[in-house]
Unconditional design. Sequence first.
Lengths: 116, 141
Amino acid sequence: MEIVTKESGEVSVMELRGRLDLASGATLKEEIKNLFEKERTSIHLNLSRVEFINSSGLGALVSIMKEVRLRKGRLTLSDLASYVQEIFDITQLSHIFEIFNTEEEAVNSYQTVQAG
Amino acid sequence: MIERFTYPSTLEAERELVQVLTERLEAAGVDDTTTRRFLLIVSEVFTNAVIHGNKSDANRKIEVRFAINEERITADIIDQGHGGLERIQRRPQADSMSEGGRGIDIVCHCASNVEFAEAEHGGLIVSVSLDISEKMKEICE
């Protein structure tokens, strides 16, 4: 899996490309750990280019969310393809994650929270 | 016709299997939705076989029997572990914050039929099928 990271103000935006499974999930966790070391804990994951995700990939996302929460940060997701959304729905993780339709909406929501 | 594949218990083998099956399903003209669903089912079962069945011991093999016809796609995935059937029957339910334990639930939700049986050598046989016509009907609706 390829991970493209950019900064949007306080938010670190990561676009995931390819398969999200056990091996690539471990890679993603390492990338997030690097962000934590820079004290960046507002993290958005754009899943528009995730071609395949299985329960191991979901497990990695849950693990990341727990780590973000431990650090009083925030994790958002966006741009889930219908087949990815379906897997979130099956596993009831749709209710656990903050999921936005678009990256822009997600990033704007951080500003709204800060302003509020 | 049933095709038989044998893989080592590695995650690289899971990717290889998914690639091979993708080619088979594309060649058979199976639609994208059904293909994605079947690959997810197989990925989950194979990953379970690697990690829980064969304990990631690359010397232990996983056999996959694959078949496709106009009505359904089927696969039997057989590991060389022990006590797999009991493990399936006693598996704990994943809570919302669990990092694992969702694979079998995904399989049971996505597949048209799932059966678990014990192999002669004690390994676990997971037989899955996906009804093509049923899924195609959903798409047309």
